[in-house]
Ligand binder design. Sequence first.
Ligand SMILES: [Zn+2]
Length: 408
Amino acid sequence: MSEPEQRAVPCRCGGQARYRELRSKTVLTVGALGDAPSGSQSPELGSATVSRPYFLCLDCHQGQFPADADLDIVNTEFSPGVRRMKALVGQDASFDHGREQLHLLAGLEVTTKSVERVSEAIGADIAQREQREIERAVQLDLPVIVGEPIPILYVQMDGTGVPVVKKETAGRQGKLDGFPAYTREVKLGCVFTQTKWDKKGFALRDPDSTTYTGAIESAQQFGKRLYLEAWKRGWSRAEKKVVIGDGAEWIWNQAQEHFPGAIQIVDLFHARQHLWDLARLLHPADAKRRNAWIGLHQKRWLDRGKIDKLVAALRSIQSTDLELAKKIRNEADYFAANAPRMNYPSFRKQHLFVGSGVIEAGCKTVVGHRLKQSGMFWTVNGANAILALRCSHLNGRFEDYWESRRAA
Ligand SMILES: [Zn+2]
């Protein structure tokens, strides 16, 4: 579009912007055929000069380049291909490492800051599109996705702290939920399917069936996010639905609200951890008695789902130490409140997973490896953008995103 077809285009102010002249800018490209904007001259590899018509509004004095939207180079000196590569390296490792990778693999000379800026801009765009999708999902009845029935579909969720810059924790309570003051909690969810179990009857996850979604946000916002993800993955045609988490209250509130009818399971290993913590309180200096206490009945009761017996045993423990008595009471309450979610023999009989290992691994691979490296401090917006980007990539949806950009 080097020759303007119209001499005027509408301006945002409601007036008309008039054609002034052709103006050129230099765009960094990956040097591949098709990445340089059409109509550009490419005097050297990796850099293309594109000239396009400039329009100026006489009412509000806003200038615009309508062709930039078609070329997907609005307010940027990087071609879509270069931005795609920056986002890809930016979601994978530190921005500086990404800069090195681009130099090494594509011969591109860019700054660390530009890898950061582009990655966060692309991630923010993905997050924004998701947010629109989430709002649609809660306002309307989602269309039922047609397909084969899914034997078992799992939803797991967990929280993990990410270090943030000072202003993001200002005015917030110090040690919230056990996370140090300089962190904020990322809520991460995953969805996966199961069709098989092994010879011993233990659940096997379908290979490559896991998708993730997460953000630093309220439990309410996160619940909707995870609901949309589960829906995309076939929630409505799952024959058996399962939610697994630890004992955190927000998890079960969201499960109740968005995943009614699902089998709820408290991660067995978290539950066991509660017993060990209690054993340590009861017998702080004596490992032998600690093991004996656990081994006597408690662990067996837990593993066999005899939670009423376990709770009764805990409630019968006498202590003159008020602090300890309170802790014992809390633990008894924890088991009592979660008893239906600890029916492990029944879950085992159905060959279901009883642990939240998938989401715990996700907290490490999705969040930890990228966002919790030493020296990293995030803004909430920055962290959420990179999380959206990383999930999009890990879920195999990153190319779809570029496809939809081109289509627009
Ligand atoms: Zn105007």
